[in-house]
Write a protein that binds this ligand. Structure first.
Ligand SMILES: [Zn+2]
Length: 342
């Protein structure tokens, strides 16, 4: 992007209440069949308009067509049993009823490609498309077949790569892999997590991003954060290897956490999506607060590498709050853009 400090969101945005129960993760659809398809497209149109109206530069589908950022992709693969769910512990933090792997995993058909084409047809702005990362996928199900996290991650990565190539062909400019699990299984990140991402992005010519956060603003995550102490140093353990990877952009949580932003200097040469909006509170940041976070990041990274963003997805927030936060993000970035141009 030529424009300095281009803004974007981490991924999900709230869905309209006529489409799915608001402020709820894994919320069931309220429509069916052809009505559901049209309803999701209308929701996508609305979320796009809201981003454009707020002045967001790199737009997304706001994940309006998926029930959940991980499970919707997994649902579309073969080898997965959605009938017999089991309860597993996700990211070592909370229990959820999840599907299982019962046979070889493969992608039988495109998952989001039609949605991406639909979004591309509605806008000329750059599009970012989020896919779940292989490690986070492995962590969101049980595995009775491979019984080997690394092996399963590499199989998921191959399926993601097929999807990513078709998304690129549909006109997506940035493909983002969501890896909140990268802040939990630090040794695995270095041993095979980054390697799995390289498989997922192999052969792509568009830009790629990895989103590494401390999760949605749900209670299990905010409780976990309280146990992490004065300084959160997870990023420090994984950034040296991420810096050496071929991923172009690293999307991080930077606002309201206890993350010393010096850690950004470990990502030299990478573009950084700087989370300047807290998704774990209904309080809407002021543009000046957003600007302060961006200025802090500017101490450790060049201006042309900073992409102001949200800390994480905003699906669990109310639409009013999310809309207010989008406007604050764009206004805060504009304040710093003006400072940089004088
Ligand atoms: Zn996130």
């Amino acid at each position: 992007m030529k424009k300095l400090l281009p803004t974007s969101t981490a991924g999900s945005l709230p869905k309209p209440s006529w489409l799915a129960e608001p402020e709820t993760l894994w919320s069931p659809w309220k429509l069916e069949g052809a009505e559901l398809t049209l309803g999701r497209q209308d929701a996508l149109r609305i979320t796009l308009k809201e981003q454009e109206h707020a002045g967001i530069d790199i737009v997304s589908d706001g994940e309006q067509t998926r029930q959940h950022f991980v499970t919707t992709f997994i649902e579309n693969l073969s080898g997965v049993d959605f009938e017999n769910k089991k309860t597993v512990r996700i990211r070592d933090r909370y229990d959820a009823s999840v599907p299982g792997i019962v046979g070889p995993v493969s992608r039988q058909k495109p998952v989001f490609v039609d949605d991406a084409k639909f979004l591309r047809a509605q806008t000329n702005q750059p599009i970012k498309w989020a896919l779940p990362g292989p490690m986070t996928m492995v962590d969101t199900l049980y595995d009775d077949y491979y019984q080997d996290r690394k092996k399963l991650a590499f199989e998921f990565a191959k399926a993601l790569n097929q999807e990513a190539k078709e998304l690129e062909a549909a006109g997506v400019n940035i493909i983002q892999f969501d890896e909140p699990a990268f802040n939990v299984f630090l040794d695995d990140v270095n041993e095979w997590g980054i390697e799995a991402l390289e498989i997922a992005k192999a052969g792509l010519t568009c830009e790629t991003a990895v989103h590494i956060c401390y999760g949605y603003g749900i209670k299990a995550n905010t409780d976990w954060k309280k146990t992490l102490g004065e300084e959160w140093l997870h990023y420090e353990k994984t950034f040296p290897a991420i810096q050496k990877s071929s991923i172009d952009i690293i999307s991080l949580e930077c606002h309201n956490g206890r993350i010393p932003l010096e850690v950004l200097s470990l990502l030299k040469g990478k573009k950084i999506m700087v989370g300047a909006i807290d998704v774990a509170t209904d309080t809407i940041e002021t543009p000046e607060e957003v600007a302060a976070t961006i200025r802090e990041a500017l101490k450790y990274a060049d201006a042309d590498k900073i992409y102001p963003c949200t800390n994480c997805g905003m699906a669990p927030l109310s639409r009013d709050v999310a809309r207010g936060k989008l406007h604050a993000l764009a206004a805060g970035a504009e304040i710093v853009r003006k400072e940089l141009s004088v």
